[in-house]
Design a protein around this ligand. Structure first.
Ligand SMILES: Cc1cc2nc3c(=O)[nH]c(=O)nc-3n(C[C@H](O)[C@H](O)[C@H](O)COP(=O)(O)OP(=O)(O)OC[C@H]3O[C@@H](n4cnc5c(N)ncnc54)[C@H](O)[C@@H]3O)c2cc1C
Length: 424
């Protein structure tokens, strides 16, 4: 590990998901002292573990895009659909929905796309570096992502994204059926066509998180488990004097909030900080001995299901349920994921995965689909690193690098203005 700064501050990071751990790792890299406070035990589960493991420069269009609101409303009528908002009386949900609607314009998407591109391409480089760092072994496969389309209409929609991608400098091309069979001969695909994003990659998120945890400990950082943050003591001017858990207080020079879908709960403990985040629940099912194992990861476009090989197993993930901080499993939506698989992969026709364990996780979704990365205006020593939605694994290394630069009073090297935590 190289040390590029010896400013040596004490940094307390709240949240031990992939974002908090990546921030911790990069802060240690700059010579700071680091303590991670994680509410769960070391065997905890969180969104960072069971996700689809994709690193996706292809995802430069944020969730809040033209047409999404109408599509979402249509999907809400189908109990097995990939998207659902549970109706409930909540001011936060209404405000979030209104902001989502306001962000779903062509001009907002045009402004967000280069920001997401720069973040994800830098993150990809950092994944490559980590992959060749001692102690890291997380199954990185750099063969790209396939967007598999069953219908001509979907392929046409994806082809439009290809044109936008190439304009932005993201590699993408439409594949005919012969090219598709040649690129991943290990699995039969029953589709109309596909798009290949060659810079995307995939990895095992469970192994990546375990590697980060070990690297933090090996480099002198501290991870305190069962340490739920319950409050803060602030001085005038909003400076954080101490961070409170049930057991004790922690004094720090800088504090970083990286509590994923729970970030609004933690923000409410601080005067003047409000984070608009809704939990977007998703499920995954990991099958240990699948009848066929593709080499590339893919997205089944009509069904919105992600498929990722991880070693000898295959993970299927999907659905986005905006239903509060609730991790319970809705079997009908899980059935929606399982039913899609044989439609795209005929070798799975005789498989019944309905008794496989189902994992659920809460994506931290901002209204405009961009994360919150940066200092809070009202708190001189507080950074936020949260709200990464569908991109938290992808953007973890670059978030870590940017926040480590900010707490070191250095230039993060990327334009983070659209990511300001106080933008709502
Ligand atoms: C089905 C599915 C598939 C996905 N696939 C991908 C993918 O392929 N690629 C990708 O980039 N992203 C993917 N994602 C999204 C990604 O998993 C998330 O964006 C990411 O894990 C968020 O990380 P985080 O560290 O912000 O949050 P989390 O992983 O939720 O971590 C937050 C941590 O904060 C802790 N915490 C909360 N409150 C407190 C408190 N008061 N005190 C102390 N600790 C606290 C929690 O216990 C938790 O451990 C997927 C998500 C889902 C659900």
């Amino acid at each position: 590990m190289s040390s590029s700064s010896s400013s040596g501050k004490e940094i307390v990071i709240i949240g031990g998901g992939v974002i908090g751990l990546s921030v911790a790792y990069q802060c240690l890299n700059r010579g700071h002292g680091v303590t991670v406070l994680e509410r769960g035990p070391d065997t905890r589960d969180c969104c960072s573990l069971g996700n689809a493991g994709m690193v996706v420069p292809s995802h430069f269009v944020p969730l809040a895009a033209p047409g999404m609101m109408a599509k979402g409303l249509r999907w809400m009528l189908d109990p097995a659909s990939p998207f659902y908002v549970r109706p409930r009386i909540s001011w936060d949900l209404m405000a979030w929905g209104w902001r989502f609607y306001r962000a779903s314009t062509a001009s907002r998407v045009r402004a967000a796309a280069p920001v997401l591109r720069d973040l994800s391409l830098r993150s990809r480089q950092l994944f490559e570096q980590l992959n060749s760092t001692d102690g890291f072994d997380f199954g990185l496969v750099q063969r790209g992502l396939l967007m598999l389309c069953k219908t001509a209409a979907m392929l046409e929609e994806e082809a439009e994204i290809v044109a936008q991608a190439n304009e932005l400098g993201v590699e993408a091309k439409v594949l005919g059926l012969d090219d598709l069979a040649a690129i991943d001969p290990r699995i039969q695909m029953n589709v109309h066509g596909a798009v290949h994003f060659s810079q995307d990659c995939h990895l095992s998120p469970n192994r990546f998180v375990a590697n980060l945890q070990q690297a933090i400990l090996d480099n002198g950082g501290d991870i305190i488990w069962d340490a739920e943050v319950t409050g803060f003591k602030t001085a005038s001017g909003g400076r954080i004097e101490s961070i409170e858990t049930k057991e004790r207080s922690f004094i720090c020079d800088e504090c970083v909030v990286a509590t994923g879908a729970w970030s609004p709960v933690v923000a409410r403990m601080l005067p003047g900080l409000r984070l608009s985040v809704q939990a977007g629940k998703g499920y995954s099912i990991t099958v240990d001995s699948p009848p066929a194992l593709p080499e590339l990861c893919s997205i089944l476009c009509e069904a919105k299901v992600a498929v990722t090989p991880m070693g000898n197993s295959l993970r299927f993930g999907g659905t986005m349920e905006i239903a509060g901080l609730d991790q319970s499993i809705n079997r009908r939506r899980v059935e929606g994921i399982l039913k899609a698989i044989p439609q795209y992969f005929p070798q799975f026709e005789d498989c019944d995965f309905s008794s496989e364990p189902v994992w659920s996780g809460l994506r931290p979704c901002t209204p405009d689909g961009l994360p919150y990365i940066g200092r809070s205006r009202g708190h001189a020593n507080l950074c936020v690193a949260a709200g990464h939605g569908m991109l938290g694994l992808s953007l973890a290394p670059v978030t870590g690098e940017a926040v480590a630069a900010i707490v070191s009073d250095d230039d993060p090297g990327l334009d983070l203005r659209l990511l300001a935590p106080d933008r709502y």
